[in-house]
Each structure stands twice: as C-alpha cells, then as structure tokens.
Design a protein around this ligand. Structure first.
Ligand code: M6R
Length: 366
C-alpha cells in the first residue's frame, strides 16, 4: 500500500507531480487553449455573474480557500470571503439568493463544512463542492462541483489534497474569468501554459528533500517556529505552520510577514527559527525587508527562494530554491519544501507521522 515508502505522508508528498497532473487530465489543454470542467456546467453562468463568492472549509482546505480568494478576486473581479465552516454556521451570516458558496473538503465528510453547506442552501445559495472523495456527503449535497482526482489521501496531514485543491480552484477561476471577459485570451492561454508546467516544477521542488533533511536535523529540537509569507504565499505560511504542529507537536505560527511588527516580532531571538517564503513576486522587496528585520533581532532565517536568487542567500541562514512560476501559482511549488520540513522533523522526533495524536483524518463531529 505504501509502495516502498516509510509513511503514507511520504508517498503522498512525492506523488504530487502525478496527482496534480491527474487533476488537470481531460480538463486542461494548454496547446489548444482549452479548459473544460464537466462538473460545473449548469451553474457556470451563475458563478460568472455572482455578486460575491463565499468559500467555506476547515484546516488545510481553508488555507486553499485563502489562496483562491486572491485568485478569484484578481482574475474574476468578484469579491470573495473565506470562512471557517464552524464560525460561518453559527453566526447568522448574510447570504443572498444567487450567492455562490464554494465548499472545499478533501474527505467530503467534515461535519462543520457539511452543516455550513446546509445553512447556505437553505438561504438560496448555490453550492459548488471542491472535494476529493467521490460520492462523499459533501459531493452529494453540493449543487455541482469539481473533484480533485488526487486519489485517496491516507496520511492525516493533508498534502496532495492541498495542491490538487489549489489546481482545481485555479481552473474554476480561470474558466469563469475567461468566459466573463475579465481576462483576455492571451492571458488565459499563458495561465494555462504555466499551470501545465506545474507538475514538472513540483518534481523539481521535491529535489530539495536532502537539503531539507539536513536542516530538519538542526532544528528538530526547536520548541517554536514562525512561518512568514505575503500575498499568495501568506496562506502557505499558515499551511507550513499547521503541518509542523500537527505531526511534530512543535508549536508553530504562520503570519503575513508585515503583521510581524504588530506583535510576533517580540518572540524573535537566536532560538527562533523563522521560515520565510520569499519567492520572486510583487511583494519580494517587502519580504526582503522583513528578513532583515528578523536578522536584526538575531532570528534564524530559513528562506524559500526562487531559483537563482542572489540576494537572499547573503542574508538568510539557509536558503531553499524552488523553480519560478507565476506568483498566483507559486503556492503549488513553495508549499513542497514546507511539507518536507514537517515530515522530516516529525520522523526525527519519532512521532507517528501518519496518525498524529488526538487527530482523525476526517472530523465528522463538530
Ligand atoms: O477533509 P477536509 O478537507 O474537510 O478536512 C479539513 C481539515 O480537517 C483538514 O484539512 C485538517 O486540517 C488536516 N489534518 C490538515 O493537515
């Protein structure tokens, strides 16, 4: 079952070039400039014309939703709210007829997400499910949706489902934007091409494994970690921190890098490893300043950078290179070293990687 891997999580991390390709198979044709999402037909127009989109999810799926917020707003120019399902369902939310709710769930069985969907439906919203498990409860109660086609995810820590969620959400946004006319054909085609190159880039990002293993050995006994990112990489910082806490039991926090000076900067000293996602994008210069702020307080910086970066290696204590891509697609690549970091640290600490204490693969109680 583990096909030669020590853990399901290891297998699932290394499977991602394939699972992402599987997710695009039959849907995306970069040469022809075609994108087909068979699962979203009847409500495709409703999505394009929506006045707002509400995304509901929990945990890692919620992080995928945060990335999607930036993507939908940028490409489709539709306002997006991203909500924890557990908060949404209990706070008398404003939902109007015709609002689009996108529910994201790997298992399709998360109790809070399911209840939030029922609430949204009762108020006239159209629910699109982004689900991995075929035939699951959430896939059945959604009006329409798109499956991840990532294959079963067994490890409690979500890895390949996250990258497949990003891929599906990106395709949904791209298709709606093109049909709506908020992006021109050449930009649409360019995004399709970039997306089609992602599996090969993820494959390359996986080559950071050995270096990450060495870094893991140096930090396996740390008691706190901070993860920082901006823009599209902000949700990746949250996801990196979640991965570390859930399987290695090390306290970790993810923050938008600029928020550091509003509090968390007080935590930084020479014992604090700070993982900064600092790939080349529109917030690069700002992130570089944030790295300087951490270094000025003697923090230890582990930076995830774009291949060929010549500035950050001179500032950070450790740098990990990942291939360049469009900034909106970078989370698919930049999350890979963070998944590997949490995996290696957990293994080195002797933790039960696939079944961490106190956690279940799908949370079917509220
Ligand atoms: O099956 P779902 O995507 O609805 O699950 C949501 C969360 O329970 C899940 O992502 C959880 O946070 C993972 N253990 C994170 O790795």
């Amino acid at each position: 079952e583990k096909s030669g891997h020590d853990h399901f999580m290891h297998k699932e991390i290394f499977e991602q070039p394939i699972s992402i390709a599987d997710c695009m198979r039959g849907r995306l044709n970069a040469e022809k400039g075609e994108l087909t999402l068979g699962g979203i037909r009847n409500y495709a127009k409703a999505l394009e014309n929506a006045e707002r989109i509400i995304i509901i999810a929990c945990g890692t799926s919620w992080h995928a939703g945060l990335v999607a917020e930036y993507v939908f707003e940028d490409l489709c120019r539709i306002p997006v709210e991203v909500e924890y399902a557990s908060e949404f369902r209990y706070r008398n939310p404003v939902i109007k007829e015709g609002d689009i709710v996108i529910a994201i769930s790997q298992s399709g069985e998360t109790a809070d997400t399911l209840a939030a969907i029922e609430l949204a439906k009762s108020k006239g919203a159209i629910v699109l499910g982004v689900v991995n498990t075929v035939g699951s409860s959430i896939s059945r109660v959604s009006h329409e949706g798109a499956y991840l086609h990532a294959g079963p995810e067994i490890g409690v820590a979500s890895t390949k489902a996250f990258t497949a969620q990003l891929t599906v959400l990106y395709m949904i946004a791209l298709k709606a934007a093109f049909n709506k006319g908020t992006i021109a054909e050449n930009r649409f085609r360019e995004h399709l091409r970039e997306l089609s190159l992602i599996p090969a880039k993820v494959e390359k990002a996986l080559k950071t494994n050995d270096k990450i293993e060495e870094i893991s050995d140096l930090f396996k006994n740390a008691s706190n970690f901070l993860y920082l990112g901006r823009g599209y990489n902000f949700p990746v910082a949250l996801e990196g921190a979640l991965k570390l806490k859930e399987i290695s039991y090390i306290h970790a926090e993810g923050y938008p890098a600029a928020e550091m000076k509003h509090g968390p900067i007080a935590l930084i000293d020479e014992n604090m490893p700070v993982v900064v996602i600092a790939t080349r994008d529109s917030s690069y210069d700002k992130v570089v300043s944030n790295i300087q702020e951490v270094k000025a307080r003697k923090g230890v910086v582990i930076a995830i950078v774009t291949e060929g970066d010549s500035l950050i290696p001179g500032m950070a204590d450790f740098t990990i290179e990942v291939p360049a891509t469009h900034e909106s697609l970078m989370p698919l690549v930049s999350v890979i070293p963070l998944q590997l970091l949490s995996y290696h640290i957990a293994v080195m600490r002797g933790a039960n990687v696939d079944q961490p204490r106190n956690l279940a693969k799908s949370v079917t109680v509220e």
